[in-house]
Design a protein. Structure first.
Length: 176
């Protein structure tokens, strides 16, 4: 079942029209991204229903007519997500998805005001260190398969990403 089929399935018909419209638009670019956004927006919909007793479509109307502040809403959602035991990066992705969703539906969100009014946890990126020569040697000594050994040697000697190394194919030469 494709992401588009999942969005049109009966389990997602309870999603409001605004969410479906947005995810269908995203689906034209990438189906798996659209399905991920649909999941995030359904979580947001649950928050709105629980905290505001509103549907998404009604919430958009309240934001547009000025009776609901979009920044307070996003900040409240961020605070709500902090209790969900998720990483700072996941929380930020969920907030940005909702922000993009609101902007798609013509809610103006100033990047400067967003940064000032919506408090997000800092995303701490761990520094990645290269494997030592000894580690690479240990890995190579354990490899009992020649293809695996060549693969590990390629990665270690070039710094190539694993996915890129796997995409290498022999080139067929044409006789001229």
């Amino acid at each position: 079942m494709t992401a588009k089929d999942k969005m049109q399935s009966p389990s997602h018909t309870s999603a409001n029209n605004a969410i479906i419209t947005y995810t269908r638009n995203v689906c034209t670019m990438n189906e798996s991204t659209a399905y991920q956004y649909l999941s995030r927006l359904n979580d947001f919909k649950e928050f709105i229903t629980k905290e505001y007793q509103l549907g998404i479509d009604n919430l958009l109307i309240k934001i547009k007519n000025g009776s609901q502040d979009a920044y307070d809403l996003l900040n409240g959602y961020a605070a709500y997500l902090m209790n969900d035991n998720i990483t700072a990066l996941t929380l930020k992705q969920r907030i940005v998805t909702v922000k993009n969703f609101l902007e798609y539906h013509d809610v103006d969100i100033s990047p400067r005001k967003f940064k000032i009014k919506v408090k997000l946890p800092r995303v701490v990126r761990k520094k990645k260190e290269a494997l030592s020569k000894e580690d690479v040697t240990d890995i190579l000594n354990i490899c009992d398969n020649l293809r695996l050994r060549i693969y590990v040697m390629l990665l270690a000697s070039t710094g190539m990403r694993a996915v890129d190394a796997l995409s290498i194919r022999p080139k067929k030469h044409l006789n001229t």
